[in-house]
Ligand binder design. Structure first.
Ligand SMILES: NC(=O)c1ccc[n+]([C@@H]2O[C@H](COP(=O)([O-])OP(=O)(O)OC[C@H]3O[C@@H](n4cnc5c(N)ncnc54)[C@H](O)[C@@H]3O)[C@@H](O)[C@H]2O)c1
Length: 344
């Protein structure tokens, strides 16, 4: 039988461990897999674009296990009461090709994106960073803040969203979280006051500029997650020229990330090299660092591994009949006999 992890199972994991511990544990899986980067057979994701958005498949394998995620990005969905991003994924055994696990990945994409952002920030942000400016308070927002709180020590968040109801919801949702103070602001500039870290998490299918070069102070770390497909960026390109730019997988990031705005030879640092100790993260206290995140398949591979282990540990394993169970593998037809289809 193939394991199935639905939304309720992920919620059970969060209830049992607590969201912050899940983010920490998940970040360890992601960090471990980035550290063994060269074990992976990697490919940029396969994207099917359309006027409203994109549908993508994200495959990866380490030779023992294979994973893929189906994910969409449709920024105008929220106008119709739908999520911008939904996802599901599969983890499979390479030796037999059998799927091991089918999992929801909408909630877990928010968790893994936040864990990856905070992981990158641990290497790139100034260690004394306590205030984060958040531009864009949509589905990813609260998860980002919880990960930065628990993994980097962020205590204050100044949020700006073009839709005041989004900022209000965000503030309400985090009001009961101890150790984090949310301040709703009316403009990007007001949001940026005292910001050590700036997270941009907006959604618009265009080359938007939510942050300009002159708004970024020396020493800032920028965690840009919203520019993640061709024709969809968030930052003034001058910011790229003024920053140490870190990406997940250059062949994908050059097509999808903020760096699609600059020449193909634009210098970037690969996150795995920093995690593996081959390059330093932040080089100087006044350096501007930028994590140009698009989301890479390895992060989903790690997430599926984590979910499999943790659901087994807490005894929350459900299965589905995705793969037939037959006594003679060449007699697939026997399923029809067994279930009375032939008699009917
Ligand atoms: N890098 C990754 O791994 C990764 C993972 C998941 C999502 N994403 C991307 O992150 C972005 C946010 O995702 P989401 O699920 O939270 O989307 P969402 O649609 O739920 O939220 C986006 C928010 O941005 C706000 N916004 C739009 N333009 C703005 C602007 N100019 N200034 C301020 N606010 C603005 C919207 O009002 C909305 O509240 C999307 O672009 C998504 O594709 C990236």
């Amino acid at each position: 039988m193939v394991q199935y992890i639905g939304i309720q199972d992920v919620i059970e994991v969060l209830r049992t461990l607590g969201t912050e511990r899940v983010l920490q544990e998940l970040a360890k899986y992601i960090e471990d897999d980035f550290r063994r980067w060269e074990d992976f057979d990697k490919v940029a994701r396969i994207a099917s674009g359309s006027p409203n958005g994109v549908i993508e498949l994200m495959p990866i394998s380490d030779g023992r296990q294979f994973a893929f995620k189906y994910v969409n990005g449709h920024p105008c969905n929220t106008n119709a009461g739908k999520l911008t991003v939904t996802a599901f994924g599969v983890l499979a055994d390479v030796a037999s090709g059998y799927p091991l696990l089918l999992s929801e990945m909408t909630l877990t994409t928010a968790l893994r994106t936040a864990a990856t952002s905070a992981l990158a920030a641990r290497y790139l942000a100034r260690p004394d960073s306590r205030t984060m400016a958040l531009i864009g308070a949509g589905a990813q927002a609260e998860f980002q803040v919880l990960a930065f709180k628990t993994m980097t020590g962020i205590e204050k968040v100044r949020v700006f969203d073009v839709d005041p109801s989004a900022s209000a919801r965000f503030a309400r949702n985090l009001a009961t979280v101890p150790g984090i103070h949310v301040h709703v602001t009316q403009s990007v500039d007001e949001g940026l006051q005292d910001a050590d870290i700036i997270t941009t998490a907006t959604a618009a299918k265009k080359h938007a500029v939510v942050l300009t070069r002159s708004q970024v102070r020396p020493g800032t770390h920028i965690n840009a997650i919203g520019g993640d497909c061709p024709g969809k960026t968030e930052l003034d390109r001058e910011i790229l020229h003024a920053s140490r730019v870190v990406v997940e997988y250059p062949p994908q990031s050059r097509v999808e990330g903020e760096i699609q705005q600059v020449d193909p030879g634009f210098p970037v640092v690969e996150l795995w090299r920093i995690i593996a100790g081959l390059e330093v993260g932040r080089r100087a206290v006044d350096e501007v660092t930028l994590f140009d995140s698009v989301g890479f398949a390895l992060e989903d591979f790690s997430t599926l591994r984590f979910l499999r282990d943790i659901t087994q540990e807490i005894g929350a394993v459900r299965t589905i009949d995705l793969v037939p169970d037959v006594a003679d593998p060449r007699d697939l037809y026997s399923l029809l006999r067994r279930d009375g289809v032939l008699a009917a």
